[in-house]
Design a binder for this molecule. Sequence first.
Ligand code: ATP
Ligand code: MG
Length: 559
Amino acid sequence: MTDETGSEAGRDFIRDIVADDLASGTTTGVVTRFPPEPNGYLHLGHAKSICLNFGIAEEFGGRCHLRFDDTNPTKEEQEYIDAIQRDVRWLGFDWGTHLHFASDYFEQLYAWAQDLIRAGKAYVDDQSQEEIRVSRGTLTEPGRNSPYRDRSVAENLDLFARMRAGEFPNGARVLRAKIDMSSGNINLRDPVLYRILHAHHPRTGTAWSIYPSYDFAHGQSDAIEHITHSICTLEFEDHRPLYDWCLDNLPVPSRPRQYEFARLNVTHTLLSKRVLTELVRSGHVSGWDDPRMPTLAGLQRRGVPAAALREFVKRIGVAKANSTVDIGMFDFAVRETLNKSALRRMAVLRPLKVVIENYPEGQTEEVEAVNHPDDAAQGSRRITFGRELYIERDDFMEDPPKKFFRLAPGREVRLRYGYFITCREVIKDANGEVVELRCTYDPQTRGGNAPDGRKVKATIHWVSAAEAVPAEVRLYNLLFSDPAPEAANFAAQINPESLEVLQGCMVERALAADNAHDAVQFERQGYFVRDRDSTPGKPVFNRTVGLKDTWAKVAGGAA
Ligand code: ATP
Ligand code: MG
């Protein structure tokens, strides 16, 4: 089987490179890293990078480090450092003893920057950020040398030390590499290596007044950790010459290589951390773990199993060209994973009361219900049948159209695990709304079959009043109804119906008693998971995903 990248399932161009490097002896072991910046929570896109980096390490008998790229204290927080570790673990990966921070290398990075100065390959520039930007030139115009470019080594060393000591305000000076202001690659036009930032760092506190740029920290951190394959997303392709320049000009202990793959983009979804942060700060969602968020914390709270995420990532493959994946493909992986494992339960989301007139008042009986139709090992449970039941409002129509086979006046249907019932009378309130159905049951149909062989066209789910527990159910819909929401205009594009809260739902006893965090299937409805907002008397459920499988139709022929 081949995927969109044309490579074999389980194989992709990065794994091919790693395999070749091992075969040729270019490397003897494989060391990768996942390098998040702790400025937000991890999202679906990060899951792709995590599965790739940890997956390759696992498959090739190597190891993968978790390294925080904590070089910008103005945006980084301990909360994010903690959440990222939780989420990587939840996804099923383990960095062992290899938890690292770029900030662990600040002293070494500083010493290497001094080495560059001594070699005449870096200088302190007093120009403002704006002057630097303007003199950098454009794609068609070369840049102009800074008037500070030819400072003496001694002056540069002195100024750099004073930058570190905190003598100058933010933005007063930067340290730049001295490479080539007319390079065709703008990243090589004397890139900034250090900037002054008087900010509290979550780990180093106020020890530093200068912080290295991503470009100066990343490759050197890779080299310090003996990373062999430094895998990042395509937007860093143009940075690779700078990555190599730094390593080639410094006495680093190892020589990593950078490889780039395409970012994950998903329809109806924005994966920029700036947008996700704004969604949280502005209160459009309830937090980073709001189940509508594409964050790992949100997906987890929505009931998505980690295995479904790993399966999704495996299916989309790793390519060198950017593309957008249909959100339906994600839902499909979730549904497929849950179908195999989720316990079946009965819950009525929009209850309509049914009274079985010929069932004795005060009497109840227990019926056996299987926990999983394809997995007998999951066992069964007993549910209570009685005179008063709740059924789904949608399962009754007073004046049914031709293709509606469920309950209607005079019509007989099967109750799941129970009897046949026939609707005898419809009770309405003063507004004409149906509030109750009077039905009869056929005692001969216990177990769901009539001895005379007569058929019914529908089986509906139900919960008896004798055991029903009222619950809140939160139905989540797409946060953005537009398939390609714009990051610049995201607030205006939020789906006003992304959350629908149902109160007074009726769920079977087993659901109230069970505190499991695994999603279950509410028969005929979808997959749902208990939310942490549940209280002893009142469970709260989040809809993970509905049962309706639109992707299977789209993928149709392929399957
Ligand atoms: P954002 O652009 O949302 O701020 P980022 O790339 O700055 O995200 P980092 O914390 O720096 O976020 O990312 C850590 C790692 O995850 C990087 O190697 C990055 O390339 C990778 N990554 C981030 N987003 C995606 C994505 N959508 N698809 C694949 N990999 C991603
Ligand atoms: Mg980044």
